[in-house]
Design a protein around this ligand. Structure first.
Ligand SMILES: Nc1ncnc2c1ncn2[C@@H]1O[C@H](COP(=O)(O)OP(=O)(O)O)[C@@H](O)[C@H]1O
Ligand SMILES: [Mg+2]
Length: 139
């Protein structure tokens, strides 16, 4: 589908988020500035989290507490897929929370088979194409 504003993308994240529960993992793929963090903020909204979700670029992972824990990951600066394992991140994905992972394709072999993919692309300055690519971003 196509969103016309950041607000609409956030609403889409909120709509998806309402369907998510413990152990669910969403990997968002798309270029810098496309709106991955905006979408993640919508998922956080649906979990009752009021904190401002910022890109955890320098920390890889931020945890927030809501209706269930929310793990927001950004693998942009991940050195290698092995680092994902060293950091123990896959344990988190199997925990009690909902995980949203920006740049998840950087560790796709490490993500669970149940991972839901979201693909975002630029159309113009305000419009984005957003597709749910289904369960299992691993190919
Ligand atoms: N339709 C849209 N969906 C999402 N963000 C949009 C849209 N139109 C404009 N924007 C803007 O694009 C930027 C997206 O930033 P961000 O979510 O941090 O990107 P990313 O995490 O993918 O690098 C924000 O400044 C947001 O206001
Ligand atoms: Mg981001």
């Amino acid at each position: 589908m196509i969103t016309q504003s950041a607000l609409q993308t956030r609403e889409l994240g909120r709509t998806l988020g309402k369907t998510l529960g413990p152990g669910d993992v969403v990997a968002i793929t798309g270029p810098l500035g496309v709106g991955k963090t905006v979408f993640a903020q919508g998922v956080a909204d649906s979990l009752g989290i009021e904190d401002i979700i910022t890109s955890p670029t320098f920390t890889i992972m931020n945890e927030y507490s809501g209706r269930v824990p929310f793990y927001h990951l950004d693998l942009y600066r991940l050195g290698s897929p092995d680092e994902f394992v060293w950091l123990g991140l896959e344990e988190m994905l199997n925990g009690k929370g909902v995980s949203v992972i920006e740049w998840g394709e950087r560790a796709k072999e490490e993500l669970p088979a149940r991972t839901l993919g979201v693909l975002m692309e630029f159309i113009d300055s305000e419009q984005r194409s957003i597709a749910i690519t289904g369960v299992g971003i691993r190919r």
